[in-house]
Design a protein around this ligand. Structure first.
Ligand SMILES: Nc1ncnc2c1ncn2[C@@H]1O[C@H](COP(=O)(O)OP(=O)(O)OP(=O)(O)O)[C@@H](O)[C@H]1O
Ligand SMILES: [Mg+2]
Length: 251
C-alpha cells in the first residue's frame, strides 16, 4: 500500500494552490479478475481535483473512468495507492468510517438515475437524509426545496415512471445534492438525455453545485458539455494523461 501523500501540495506560486485541492490521488491501482481474465483498470494514477471548479473527466470507453469515480466515491476498494478527500484519507479509513464519511461528504449521480420506482420524486430525493437519520417528514420537506430549485415544483409527487428522462435526472441530482455534499461525482449525467436536456442539466449542475468550498467531478463522453467545465482531465488506459484548463473557465 502506498502511503498517503499529504505533503504533495501544488508548487508555491502556483495559482491553483489558492483554490485548494479537494481530492488528491496518488499511485492508485485497481485490478479486476485474475489470470487470463485480469484487467488492470487503474495503473498507478495520480490526480488532483480542485475546490470551486467543475472538473470534467474524459477518455475512451474502458479506460477506467467509472472505476476511478467509484473508488473516489468510496463505493469500490482500490488495490493500492491513496485517495485523500478534503484532507482526509479515504483509503486509510475502515469500512464503517468510510460509509459515514461518504454519507456526509459525497453525492453521486449515476448515468441511469437509479431512482426507486415506488417512491415519488420528493421521496427519492429525500433518501440520503432518511439514511442519515432525519425524520421522513423533515427529509421530504428539504428534498422539496431542492427539487424546487431545480425547476421541479410541479413534479414532487410524481413517480419516476411519470417523469421524462431530464426530470428523472433532475431528481437524481436533487438526491445527490440534498445533504449538501462537498464533493459531487457524476458518471455521464447527460448520456441518457437529448442534447437540449443534457445542456440544461449541465447548466443546473453548474449553478447549484459549484461553490468555492466544493468540488464537482463529471465523467462525460459528450464534447457538447465541455464548455460547462473549468478543467478537463484526459484519461487513457488507467491513468490521467493530460489536464487542461478550459479556455472559457470560470476562475
Ligand atoms: N466489475 C468488473 N469486473 C471485471 N472487469 C471490470 C469490472 N468493472 C470494470 N471492469 C473493466 O475495467 C476496465 C475499466 O472499466 P470502466 O467501467 O472503469 O471504464 P469506463 O472508462 O468507465 O468505460 P465507459 O466509457 O464505457 O463507461 C474495463 O476494461 C472493464 O471491462
Ligand atoms: Mg463508465
Amino acid at each position: 500500500m502506498v502511503a498517503a501523500t499529504s505533503q504533495a501540495r501544488p508548487l508555491a506560486g502556483d495559482p491553483e494552490a489558492a483554490r485548494g485541492v479537494a481530492v488528491r490521488i496518488r499511485g492508485l491501482t485497481k485490478q479486476f479478475g485474475s489470470g487470463e481474465q485480469r484487467v488492470q483498470a487503474l495503473r498507478g494514477l495520480d490526480w488532483d481535483v480542485y475546490h470551486g471548479q467543475m472538473t470534467l473527466l474524459v477518455g475512451p470507453s474502458g479506460c477506467g473512468k467509472t472505476t476511478l469515480l467509484s473508488v473516489i466515491a468510496g463505493i469500490l476498494d482500490c488495490d493500492s495507492g491513496s485517495v485523500d478527500i478534503f484532507g482526509q484519507s479515504l483509503t486509510g479509513m475502515g469500512d464503517r468510517s468510510r460509509t459515514s464519511f461518504r454519507a456526509r461528504n459525497i453525492g453521486f449521480v449515476f448515468q441511469q438515475y437509479n431512482l426507486l420506482p415506488a417512491l415519488t420524486a420528493a421521496e427519492n430525493a429525500a433518501v440520503p437524509l432518511v439514511i442519515a437519520g432525519w425524520s421522513r417528514e423533515r427529509a421530504v420537506r428539504r428534498a422539496v426545496d431542492v427539487l424546487n430549485s431545480l425547476g421541479m415544483s410541479t413534479k414532487q409527487g410524481s413517480l419516476p415512471s411519470q417523469l421524462s428522462g431530464g426530470q428523472m435526472q433532475r431528481v437524481a441530482i436533487a438526491r445527490a445534492l440534498v445533504h449538501q455534499p462537498r464533493l459531487l461525482v457524476c458518471d455521464e449525467p447527460t448520456a441518457a438525455l437529448d442534447h437540449e436536456t443534457g445542456l440544461s442539466v449541465m447548466g443546473l449542475l453548474r449553478e447549484t453545485a459549484v461553490r468555492p468550498d466544493r468540488a464537482v467531478l463529471v465523467v462525460t463522453h459528450d464534447n457538447r458539455v465541455f464548455p460547462f467545465g473549468d478543467r478537463i482531465a484526459h484519461m487513457d488506459d488507467g491513468r490521467i494523461v493530460q489536464v487542461q484548463e478550459w479556455p472559457g473557465a470560470a476562475a
